[in-house]
Design a protein around this ligand. Structure first.
Ligand code: S3P
Length: 173
């Protein structure tokens, strides 16, 4: 098992790019948020609202650890997965970690309706996104084997850049 794990802020395009990369490399695609929703039988927004963020984070860590037993896949991780130290160690063990970077402004423009993103579904979404991203930027970089800038870049170009990173790592060792 050696996964390709996409990390980065909400709206970075991890799920869209991840699906495209999985097609290009003919690998299964896993969305970690969907795994959490399946574990708890509710949507991310419902989990945050009814059970609280700590319950979401616990299920997210469990879903991440469970990837160790799965065949190699392309994994889109939730934007907050890197905050936990143990999660970052697990990510590192699971395979190649690629940080898709996006600005807070572009992230919000891409997300549009923030209803499904409980951390941003509030009036001061711009300030909240900028603060959260600034807090997490160093953690994304710490966890990543490679960084790909996605602001102003389309999905196909980002997906190709991910495939290039994966292939060049594959030829190094
Ligand atoms: C979160 C990102 C979301 C989801 C949850 C919390 C975060 O995933 O896991 O709303 O803390 O950044 P996406 O990055 O896929 O939107």
């Amino acid at each position: 098992m050696s996964h390709i794990l996409l990390i980065g802020f909400m709206g970075a395009g991890k799920s869209t790019v991840g699906r495209r990369v999985s097609e290009m490399l003919d690998l299964p695609f896993i969305d970690l948020d969907v795994r959490v929703e399946q574990r708890l039988g509710a949507s991310v927004a419902e989990i945050f609202h009814n059970l609280g963020e700590p319950t979401f984070r616990e299920a997210e860590s469990e879903a991440l650890a469970d990837l160790e037993d799965e065949p190699s896949s392309v994994v889109a991780c939730g934007g907050g997965v890197v905050v936990d130290d143990e999660n970052r160690r697990i990510l590192n063990r699971l395979g190649q970690v690629i940080y898709l970077r996006v600005s807070a402004e572009e992230a919000l423009a891409r997300i549009g309706d923030t209803h499904g993103r409980p951390l941003l579904s509030r009036e001061d979404a711009v300030a909240k996104a900028s603060t959260l991203l600034a807090l997490r930027e160093s953690l994304y970089r710490l966890a990543a084997d490679a960084v790909i800038e996605t602001s102003g870049v389309n999905v196909d170009e980002v997906a190709s850049a991910v495939v290039d990173v994966v292939r060049s790592a594959g030829t190094k060792g």
